[in-house]
Design a binder for this molecule. Structure first.
Ligand SMILES: Nc1ncnc2c1ncn2[C@@H]1O[C@H](COP(=O)(O)OP(=O)(O)O)[C@@H](O)[C@H]1O
Ligand SMILES: [Mg+2]
Length: 304
């Protein structure tokens, strides 16, 4: 089997902020392979943003090593920046404006593309994210959710290989959130784009992640696994200051009542599991009635 290509490798880094707050991101190595959709879950203040800022070369560790596309981003970010798209937790840190269109055009122009090529890429991402109606607006006047859309457009416009997203769903309405997830998953499927995101919304993890890291304390990378492994393994996610996804709670509860539908994590899987159970079980309360009624229809009883 071909060896997975590691795009990101973080080996036990220590960061010390100017006020001497120390964040030690240690425990497991943080590894991201090409094509993976990676999520990091952890409570407020555990060091998720600190980790991502090291990948972007914004912060430099005191100890430990960070490799992104094989280089140290603290020293050589300019050599890899074109392959990376970023949405910061605080989007005001990255929005340049003045208009939405100017903002989206900024990165491709800055990377040396001519106006025509940059314009073509900008138009394409505006269409993909449905931003046509706000493209001439002044960015400062946009709502928080709209700014996040613009930041995402700015991250995607250069067609990066790796997307780094810090709490991208915060402040988004449910419709755009769904579109946003759709776009990310499409890009992953069609172009093999890799993404790393932090998030709080446990229910969304199964929709956006192949691999999940749990972080707790201050920087302790405690667990790595598929969402199924992680949510299946822990009886008590509260030790990580996390809740179980709603579907996990529901299906664990049903299992305790003697109804075993497996452990579906996504709504489509849950529907499939319930349907299968329904079709195969003889315990369905309506089964006899359905069989009798179907039988009647079958031999012309209904006309009597
Ligand atoms: N600029 C800063 N100066 C001092 N402490 C900071 C700074 N940024 C973050 N921290 C501290 O570092 C820890 C990790 O923060 P952060 O990485 O933002 O956590 P998360 O993103 O998981 O909520 C927290 O204790 C936070 O207070
Ligand atoms: Mg954060």
């Amino acid at each position: 089997m071909q060896q997975a290509e590691k795009l990101v490798e973080v080996d036990c880094i220590t960061h010390v902020y100017p006020d001497m707050t120390k964040v030690q991101i240690c425990g497991l190595d943080f590894v991201v392979n090409r094509g993976e959709r990676v999520s990091i879950l952890g409570s407020n203040g555990c060091g998720k943003t600190t980790l991502l800022k090291h990948l972007m070369g914004i912060l430099i560790p005191r100890d430990g090593s960070v490799r992104v596309f094989g280089v140290d981003p603290g020293k050589e970010y300019s050599n890899i920046r074109q392959k990376i798209g970023v949405v910061m937790q605080d989007v005001d840190e990255q929005i340049l404006g003045p208009t939405v269109y100017d903002d989206i055009l900024f990165a491709p122009l800055n990377y040396g593309m001519n106006r025509a090529e940059a314009g073509r890429l900008a138009e394409s991402v505006i269409e993909r994210l449905n931003l046509g109606s706000i493209k001439d607006k002044i960015v400062n006047y946009l709502s928080g959710g709209e700014k996040k859309k613009v930041a995402l457009a700015g991250a995607l416009v250069t067609e990066p290989e790796l997307l780094i997203l810090d709490e991208p769903f915060t402040g988004l309405d449910p419709v755009f959130r769904r579109e946003f997830i759709g776009v990310l998953n499409e890009l992953n499927k069609e172009r093999g784009i890799t993404f790393i995101m932090t998030l709080h919304e446990v229910d969304l993890v199964p929709e956006v992640a192949d691999v999940l890291y749990l972080m707790h304390g201050r920087g302790d990378l405690g667990e790595r696994g598929t969402p199924e492994e992680i949510f299946g393994k822990f009886e008590n996610l509260a030790q990580f200051n996390l809740e179980e996804p709603t579907l996990t709670r529901l299906f664990k509860g049903l299992k305790k009542e003697g109804l075993d539908f497996g452990d579906p994590l996504r709504v489509d899987e849950a529907i499939g599991a319930i349907k299968k159970h329904w079709n195969t079980t003889s315990q369905s309360p309506n089964r006899d009635i359905i069989d009798r009624e179907m039988g009647k229809w079958g031999d012309g009883e209904k006309f009597k």
